[in-house]
Design a protein around this ligand. Sequence first.
Ligand SMILES: C=CC1=C(C)c2cc3[nH]c(cc4nc(cc5[nH]c(cc1n2)c(C)c5CCC(=O)O)C(CCC(=O)O)=C4C)c(C)c3C=C
Ligand SMILES: [Fe+2]
Ligand SMILES: [Fe+2]
Length: 361
Amino acid sequence: MSASFQHGQDTGPAVGILLCNLGSPDAPTAPAVRRYLAQFLSDRRVVEIPRWLWWPILHGIILRVRPAKSAAKYASVWMPEGAPLKVHTERQAKQLQGWLGERGHRVQVRWAMRYGNPSIASQLDVLKSQGARRILVFNAYPQYCAATVASVMDEVSAWLQRQRWLPELRVVNHYPDHPSYLQALVHSAHSHWQRHGRGQALVLSFHGMPERTLHLGDPYFCECHKTARLLTEALGLKPQDVHIAFQSRFGRAKWLEPSTESVLKRLGSQGVQDVDVMCPGFAADCLETLEEIAMEGQETFREAGGGTLRYIPCLNDSPEGMRAMTDIAESHLQGWPTQDTPSAPALALRAQRARELGAPA
Ligand SMILES: C=CC1=C(C)c2cc3[nH]c(cc4nc(cc5[nH]c(cc1n2)c(C)c5CCC(=O)O)C(CCC(=O)O)=C4C)c(C)c3C=C
Ligand SMILES: [Fe+2]
Ligand SMILES: [Fe+2]
């Protein structure tokens, strides 16, 4: 580390962005999934059961039984470059750097995973070594939940506790009603319907949580409903044609209802032929969307008497999704010295992008 850098001179972008998501195992194998689940399910933000009760269940049962089953599921969605969630998050981070660059922002974008690799601490170390004195932690979770966002912030806080010279910090805490996010979801549904036709019903499936967390004051359930209501309005649909549901139930406690499984069973048994399923709570496709919804969900729906389940992919690194991420990041950068005066070619490129997307520049 050079002395000039240590004193904050201009050796690189002084603003860093850390794009954070949940994380995946390093490989679709039982030992790798066991390591990942051990870290994930030991997080007190995720499992809020007293340790004396949870530890024997986790180590005696779950970590013995689940890794092999989950590894097979991961194998069924694994991409040549790795776990889908990591692949999409890496692409988003690279694109975000480019999109912000086109708007004249000189920032360094890194990506990190709360569980597994690359860890949040390792990427904060990289940003620090690159001279970032201001850091925007971008939680890629549209709806706030203590199990996700607060857990990321716990990890960021742990890193801060080890630092002498703290960077300035800003946080994207949630964006359930951000106009660009909603617009990207609308575009995604419309383009899917143009290519595949429209189903008789639309299911909006969010990751579930224990119901108890709602009564303890977690805004997650309400934020999911807010996104669903605004999206229904923006799509011009009637509330009765849109079904909000919660997936990925885990453990014995009561989870948020209705479950995606029960909604798909009900629609199938009512003779609904085609159903569209969207997962607006996931910024990127992952095991929970590609396997649990697009594969298992399809089976559940068919077995109940339904026809085809058409899964509408997450925003991933689509231009509309990236425009939303860029707008959200940009609004958090205000007042931070990231922007050189935009050059004429940069302004022209930005205007062209906006025209292509039919949006204001
Ligand atoms: C108590 C258990 C769990 C809570 C609470 C929970 C909350 C929660 N999770 C996400 C997003 C994702 N979860 C993913 C996988 C996953 N989730 C749980 C359990 C809880 N999640 C498990 C055990 C797993 C692992 C897979 C398995 O073994 O079945 C993923 C996908 C990861 C991937 O690699 O693809 C995401 C994303 C949210 C948003 C959330 C709270 C709102
Ligand atoms: Fe989860
Ligand atoms: Fe699952």
